[in-house]
Design a protein around this ligand. Structure first.
Ligand code: ATP
Length: 312
């Protein structure tokens, strides 16, 4: 069995291996041949539009759903056949986790700690997650952010080697979301491998070492956040209002150009760095000045949109 190891060894060892995973509901494939590998110590992001199969895939990795076919190994264990040993290695915060409303934070932590042979010290964990002041508050009285912190604490109580966080920050205000992000970074720094299912591009960009973009049950792309952005068809966008009109066919022939639009006298071109340089030379050659010149790089949002056709 894998033993917990405190240091971060990103890329040193494959901890989770999924090969050709398939799952259908009512004859409709919702996970359709997914293969991926998660390395020890990384934060692996799972993104995708609603219904793309993210939760089905992740809950299959946890052994909570039985795949139709394919293989999954977590630290060498089969999540379904080795369910008991899996629970000692993997912690999870799942979508819409709810606790009995009358349980206090301390009671919940104590109760969950009692389920594991080598639990983390729940008081230390509560302090680390900023729940010290709330130990005697009932679950029903906690704010959304405090409930999420408790969910992270409960996912970590068994000293897991891998933790799965599904839509951890949905429903949180931007301040609470940022606080949870730094908690996740602390958890990663302590050597825990994290699978993070999220709808927030900023969250994925900030936290994830690699991201799999799911679309209709398949992985549409798998790369680092910056690798995905580089794959985006939008590339670099330059927009400006020229002091006098430029010839359409000259603009359309610029190197690396992916798209050209005009709106209210404003020209917008998507392309590459080469396109931007060519636009600047063209303007200079023709003694045309550019008002409100803006150059922006595409973001993970653009990559998501290009790859799935859906708004993040
Ligand atoms: N137990 C089930 N029975 C029938 N259909 C299901 C079941 N679980 C999921 N589905 C269907 O499978 C598809 C994928 O669902 P899943 O929850 O895995 O998607 P998701 O990518 O996590 O979506 P979201 O971002 O909305 O959480 C959806 O169309 C869903 O309705």
């Amino acid at each position: 069995m894998c033993r917990p190891e405190p240091a971060r060894h990103c890329g040193s060892m494959t901890l989770i291996e999924v090969s050709d995973l398939r799952k259908s509901y009512g004859g409709r494939p919702v996970v359709d041949g997914v293969s991926l590998a998660v390395e020890e110590g990384e934060i692996f992001g799972v993104l995708g539009p609603n219904g793309a199969g993210k939760t089905t895939a992740v809950e299959s990795i946890l052994g909570l759903r039985v795949p139709d076919s394919g293989t999954i190994r977590v630290c060498g264990l089969d999540p379904v056949a080795d369910r008991a040993r899996m629970t000692l290695i993997v912690g999870a915060q799942l979508q819409e986790s709810e606790l009995q409303g009358k349980l206090t934070v301390a009671e919940s932590l104590e109760l969950f700690a009692a389920c594991y042979p080598r639990p983390a010290d729940w008081r230390t964990l509560a302090a680390r997650l900023g729940l010290e002041e709330k130990l005697h508050t009932r679950f029903a009285q906690l704010s959304g952010g405090q409930k999420q912190r408790l969910a992270i604490a409960l996912a970590l109580i068994g000293s897991p080697r891998v933790v799965v966080l599904d839509e951890l920050t949905t429903g949180l205000d931007p301040g609470a979301r940022r606080e949870v992000w730094s908690l996740i970074e602390d958890v990663r720094a302590s050597g825990v491998t994290i699978i993070l299912v999220t709808h927030f591009m900023e969250e994925a960009q900030r936290l994830c070492d690699r991201v799999a973009i799911f679309d209709r049950g398949r992985i549409a792309a798998l790369d680092t956040p910056s690798g995905l952005v580089a794959q985006s068809a939008s590339g670099t966008v330059i927009s400006f209002t020229p002091s006098r009109p430029l010839e359409e066919d000259v603009l359309a022939a610029l190197p690396g150009i992916a798209s050209l639009t005009h709106h209210d006298g404003r020209v917008t071109l998507a392309g590459t760095d080469e396109t931007v340089n060519a636009v600047i030379s063209l303007l200079a050659r023709n003694r045309v000045s550019a008002h409100q010149l803006r150059v922006t790089d595409s973001t993970l949002d653009d990559a998501f949109l290009d790859l799935t056709g859906a708004e993040a």
